[in-house]
Design a protein around this ligand. Structure first.
Ligand SMILES: [Fe+2]
Ligand SMILES: [Fe+2]
Length: 222
């Protein structure tokens, strides 16, 4: 079987992992790690891969990595990247026409998070930028404004009302532009929790031999 995103999205096994992860993380009070996040990360990973000139096959691989990267959360948050990679292999290593594709996707998934964030190929770099740049009001699942204000992750995500990622192949820049509602949070809150993620974006962008720019409310910060 030739793996592609359409097949993976229709696979009931993958859908069951994604559903169970959404239930698990919602119960723990996390921001969205379900289909909204996965669609954004998958689309962005493909878009970055296309704009920097990776092959069609690598674009598809990046998109699949984006769709599956968080599906291991229901087996444990701390090691969710390992679980997702192992689940992916369990589903496709025997079915895939090209097992090397499965290994590439496993590598990107396992490398997308904290301690194991090692960038060894372009697909992993595309996935990391796509994942770590997803901050937006629509990611907050809690609907209670008072509770949102009390939780720094919810508060910062909620304060981001617009999020754009653009790639300039000529200037070799990848720019994340955010609109931040400063009535809801201040910029220091943003940095308190996102400095690490922005560092990851920078590291991944540099791996691709691009520079990473961060713009908040039209002011260039990095
Ligand atoms: Fe993750
Ligand atoms: Fe994620």
């Amino acid at each position: 079987m030739e793996l592609n995103l359409a097949i993976v999205k229709k696979d009931p096994r993958i859908n069951s992992f994604i559903d169970q992860t959404a239930i698990y993380l919602r119960a723990l009070g996390y921001t969205d790690h379900g289909r909204r996040h996965l669609d954004i990360v998958s689309d962005r990973a493909r878009m970055i891969a296309r704009k920097i000139g990776l092959s069609e096959a690598d674009q598809e691989t990046a998109a699949i990595s984006g769709w599956c990267h968080d599906m291991g959360n229901f087996l444990g948050r701390t090691q969710h990247h390992y679980w997702a990679a192992m689940l992916f292999s369990h589903c496709y290593i025997n079915e895939a026409k090209n097992p090397a594709n499965v290994s590439k996707i496993m590598q990107a998934i396992v490398s997308h998070d904290k301690d194991d964030l090692k960038i060894v190929d372009n697909i992993t770099a595309c996935l990391i930028i796509a994942d770590k740049s997803d901050v937006h009001r629509s990611r907050v699942l809690n609907k209670n404004l008072k509770e949102i204000k009390e939780d720094i992750h919810d508060r910062v995500n909620y304060s981001v009302t617009d999020n754009k990622l653009s790639i300039d192949k000529q200037k070799k820049t990848i720019t994340l532009s955010l609109k931040l509602d400063t009535n809801f949070t201040d910029i220091m809150d943003y940095f308190a929790i996102f400095v690490e993620r922005m560092n990851y974006c920078q590291k991944a962008t540099n791996f691709l031999k691009y520079d990473f720019n961060l713009k908040i409310n039209d002011t260039k910060l990095a």
